[in-house]
Design a protein around this ligand. Sequence first.
Ligand code: F0G
Length: 428
Amino acid sequence: MKKIESWLECVRCSKNYSIDELRYTCECGGVLDVRRDLSKVDGQELKKLWDSRWGMKRGIESSGVWRYRELILDAPDEKIVTRQEGNTRLYHAGKAAQYAGLKNFYLKHEGENPTGSFKDRGMTCGTTAAMMFNAKSVACASTGNTSASMASYAACCGVKSIIFIPAGKIAYGKLAQALAYGGITLQIDGNFDDAMTLVQEVCEKLGIYLLNSINPFRIEGQKAIGFEIVQQLDWEVPDWIVVPGGNLGNNSAISKGLMELHELGIINKIPRIAVIQAEGANPLYRMWKNKTPYEAVKNPETIATAIKIGNPVSWEKALRGIEWSNGVVDDVTEQEIMDAKAWVDAAGIGAEPASCCSVAGAKKLVEAGIIKPDEKVVGILTGNVLKDPDAVIGYHQNTLTNMGIVGTFANKPKQIKPTVEDVRKAIS
Ligand code: F0G
């Protein structure tokens, strides 16, 4: 395969920069995209190549991101930092499909990545870019998963990782990972949006490589979620992909990747993308619903701490992707998130609260008649069930009522005496 020419391009004003230039935003303040000249690329040849790599046992291309390396990042093998990420399962949603009112409902479980979230797909690419720029340290602001992933990948390639998290506001499993993998963990007084502002200034002033999804190479890696979904469906395109929205990098990545496959003739249509936000952290939804200019939400609040974000950096890219795909934006309540989670968990699949916006959102869109019950729908589960045990226990022990959440489908633990008779009663 010949080298594909690539460059950076501003999403707002279309100004171009060299792919080798270390920058995250345009002079005008817009976010940047990696663009490629696909005009001379043979899509069918690429598809054959990717199929030939399916199921490889080892090596760089056994990764579910680097399998698609031609459209990910032109990096020499020795610079690639990989943990064989991706290759996540695509489940039939089982009970959660019934709950959502869908027959053909699949869940792509990105919580099965090496550090338990989809962030690993972006991070393999982001840390590889860091290696190519000879970075000695990397940083991110995070609601927990990005920091867990970055700390792991930084440890793998021997660079220092500096993490900015809102103090007391991230799930324990994620904080534990950041500490365990050796990230320098800075808990700041403020929310994620404050941490995001700070990390951008710190990276610029202290020459640290920024690994939030404002980094265009992170987005390139996350495109592989969409690539892998269509490859798992034998290149058949689902009608919908439903994805939770926080900082809005992931939905932007998925739609960008699918647009590229469409341009190459690898797929014949783009699935409609539905972005689902939590009601208390829904700036994109407000803009979408009211047709008003973008405005950040000041004090975002939600039990889905992963997406407790009021001022998402990628909102422009997200909107573009939604328009490309004739998509929609919706929001869901705290109760809807946790009830949907109870069904995802009870289906034996399990995921963290933010992930379950996909299922809560799909259900809401079916009820509104926007998604038809017989359409083929893929929901993205973004993080592992073990990331946030407090939310699980709180729901099942019905102790979240102070947050207005009732354990509607609670599976309460039972206290019994150690006798056969008590066991018989408890299980009957
Ligand atoms: N789901 C989970 C589990 C997440 O961790 C995130 C984002 C999202 C959904 C939303 O994805 O930001 O691309 O729209 N977590 C980031 C973090 C912000 O720091 O871990 P998005």
